[in-house]
Design a protein around this ligand. Sequence first.
Ligand code: GLU
Length: 276
Amino acid sequence: MKKIISRLGLLLTLLLMVVTLSACSSAASQKNVLQEDKQTKTITWGVKADTKLFGLMDVKDNQIKGFEIDLAKAMTKQILGKDGKARFIQVTSQTRMPLLRNGNIDAIMATMTITPERAKQVDFSRSYFDAGQAILVKNGSPIKNVKDLNHKGAIVLGVVGSNSVQNIKKFAPKAKVLQLTDYSQALTALKSGQGDALTTDNGILYGMSIENPGYSVVGGTFTKEPYGIAVDKGQGKLRDAMNDALTKVEKSGEYNQLLYKWFHKVRGFDLKGAQR
Ligand code: GLU
């Protein structure tokens, strides 16, 4: 009898645990970010602040400026209406996923490539910009393309949390990769001669070469990097709203206007090819 009672007790405890656990997980997935944003009339975006052309802090007025900032603002208006506000929180390639998963931001629009690995942890919108990985070198450098980096002794600079530092290992496996915390530090490292080349997406590198005409993007792109907006798992409604908003911004011609505003003067950038 005692045995039966203790078994029954164990069974009840297990049952209680299962009920509590499932209640917890449904509470998490019940949090409807889109609904909350509609109530507060605000979407909190995680954006880059170290990346000219996409998202760069302007120290003069303390505002982050770039293509992604303008696109996020346009999409916010589509989702929340004219009085909707876009709030911006700075992220780096390394901090963007944890900040999203902890609920500090609602969505990431930060030069983030849609990859199968990342799609296991977050949900992506469809691509809003198609980039490709390239390298930036000092003018006159003997390095003309990524293959020239494939030798012992070559040092390639990149940023922690970017997929560029993984990709480069496939294209120049013999080179040493030095990872910095963000793109301004990576550029400083290149300029002070700590590496032979800096690698990331072409658009980001173009932004650097505009500011630093002594440096050029060489050799073309060697990967495809479609940028997606990331939302937390379980926020399918928000992801759908993002896709809808993107379609509207594209159809209205606003997308192409923004593309023109930020990229028409960028040497080497294929504006026609990027238009939608
Ligand atoms: N698009 C690449 C990535 O998502 C490189 C740019 C970045 O570091 O954000 O990792």
